[in-house]
Design a binder for this molecule. Structure first.
Ligand SMILES: [Zn+2]
Length: 439
């Protein structure tokens, strides 16, 4: 049995700060994480755990650092690495001008593998240890994604985009074939190693009603399978969906009509929703992915976290790269803070932010028994943040009087420079200062 020991300041969540306040997090100013066989065996104060440890056991000590559960990115498009920071469009023109041409290249496994390798390296250097990603409509894009995720031993969700209309011929799939291809990928990868399959209709406009029906059928037919899509991101999109599905009560209702809402269904954005939509999201256990850098960059609108919380909707943070502008969940939290400030001055605390990027996301993705926390039995995925990462961060933190203030400064000023190390299943897979990845 392998034992790994980490020492440093530790914070993790056991509940939602929006409901439980200060009691929602556990803080050890000088703590130890004891990992056995890749899982959390014990996490507590150093003074308590040190006397119980095997004598002279090696320990990795992180003074001036903060150890948190690894970040979870609930919605991202790995094939869009190469169009991040593309200028000047809103959703529907963005797709045609940037997304579709770049996604066309993923019929080639070696291209997909090369982009996936870059993508996972970016995730780890940003402290992201789990994520839910779209692939493209090409099965090779999914194979490359899962092969790379497995090589990093990461817990991920991914799936083949289903898209049989309103896309260029070179990307559109065939309706029945998209079902068969998705089913074959589910059989091959779902719940193998740490991999989960997500049925992935891109969004209601790019699937025929028949394909929407088949996507719902896949979601219902395979136990534990996820479904990921987009909803109510942009006003032109909402209008288009109304034209395409005239009998639906709302955009969200289209997904419900085709059996695509429920636990393990992840809908990105959810900006232009009404109260009935929010009630349906909560009642069905469907998660919303809050993608603030994307929502600002593509000019989509301001997410309403308070309304989601009032309805009891599960919310997870997400980068939505390449519409999003950063792989960093810290930068994503900073953008989330800005979005919520602009939306009726909603106060997004650091505790709320770090919860939404760790345990809150794990709960939204129905993975809280495995990731997102340091409770005994959880998989030991973690990120080590450096309080002295930049001169500005170091200076600002000297004037912080509380943990809440330090966490807030980290989420506003932090980015990949603040990530000193990333660990997966009790093994260090990224260390900033030696600038390398162990494989
Ligand atoms: Zn997206």
């Amino acid at each position: 049995m392998s034992n790994t020991l980490l020492r440093g300041e530790i914070v993790y969540f056991i509940d939602d700060p929006a409901q439980k306040g200060e009691a929602a997090h556990i803080h050890h100013a000088d703590g130890i994480i004891w990992i056995k066989d890749g899982k959390i065996h014990q996490c507590g104060d150093a003074a308590t755990i040190l006397p119980t440890l095997p004598s002279n056991h090696p320990m990795t000590h992180y003074p001036h650092h903060l150890i948190l559960p690894g970040f979870i990115d609930a919605h991202v498009h790995y094939p869009q690495c190469d169009i991040i920071a593309s200028h000047g469009e809103q959703l529907l023109t963005w797709l045609n001008k940037y997304t579709f041409p770049t996604e066309a290249k993923f019929t080639d496994y070696s291209h997909a593998e090369q982009v996936a390798a870059f993508f996972f390296t970016q995730a780890l250097r940003n402290g992201t240890t789990s994520l839910a990603s779209f692939c493209t409509s090409a099965p090779a894009s999914v194979t490359a994604f899962f092969d790379l995720a497995q090589s990093h031993n990461m817990r991920v969700i991914g799936g083949k985009v289903m898209m049989d209309r309103h896309a260029p011929d070179y990307l559109r799939d065939e309706t029945e074939q998209s079902y068969d291809d998705s089913a074959a990928l589910i059989e091959k990868y779902h719940e193998k190693w740490r991999l989960h399959y997500g049925v992935t209709p891109r969004f209601a406009p790019t699937s025929t009603p028949r394909q929407m029906q088949l996507a719902g059928k896949l979601f219902q037919a395979y136990p534990g399978v996820y479904l990921q899509s987009h909803v109510a991101e942009n006003l032109d999109e909402v209008t288009w969906v109304r034209e395409l599905y005239p009998t639906a009560r709302s955009y969200l209702d289209v997904y419900e009509e085709y059996g695509q809402l429920g636990r393990r269904s992840i809908m990105a954005h959810g900006i232009w929703l009404d109260e009935t939509d929010r009630a349906r999201l909560a009642a069905t256990g469907t998660a919303l992915a809050f993608c603030p850098t994307s929502n600002m960059f593509i000019g989509s609108g301001l997410f309403d976290l308070k309304a989601a919380q009032q309805h009891g909707i599960q919310v997870a943070m997400a980068t939505d790269v390449g519409g999003g502008t950063s792989f960093s969940l810290l930068q994503t939290l900073a953008a989330g803070y800005n979005v919520l400030q602009l939306n009726n001055h909603q106060s997004f605390t650091a505790f709320q932010g770090f919860y939404q990027a760790t345990l809150g996301a794990a709960r939204a993705l129905a993975l809280a028994d495995k990731i997102g926390s340091f409770t005994t039995g959880c998989e030991a995925d973690l990120v080590v943040l450096d309080y002295q990462a930049t001169p500005l961060l170091e200076r600002r933190l000297q004037t912080c009087a509380s943990l809440a203030e330090r966490l807030f400064a980290l989420m506003i000023l932090g980015d990949d420079r603040a990530v000193a190390a990333t660990w997966i299943m009790g093994r260090q897979v990224y260390a900033r200062d030696i600038s390398c990845l162990e494989n």
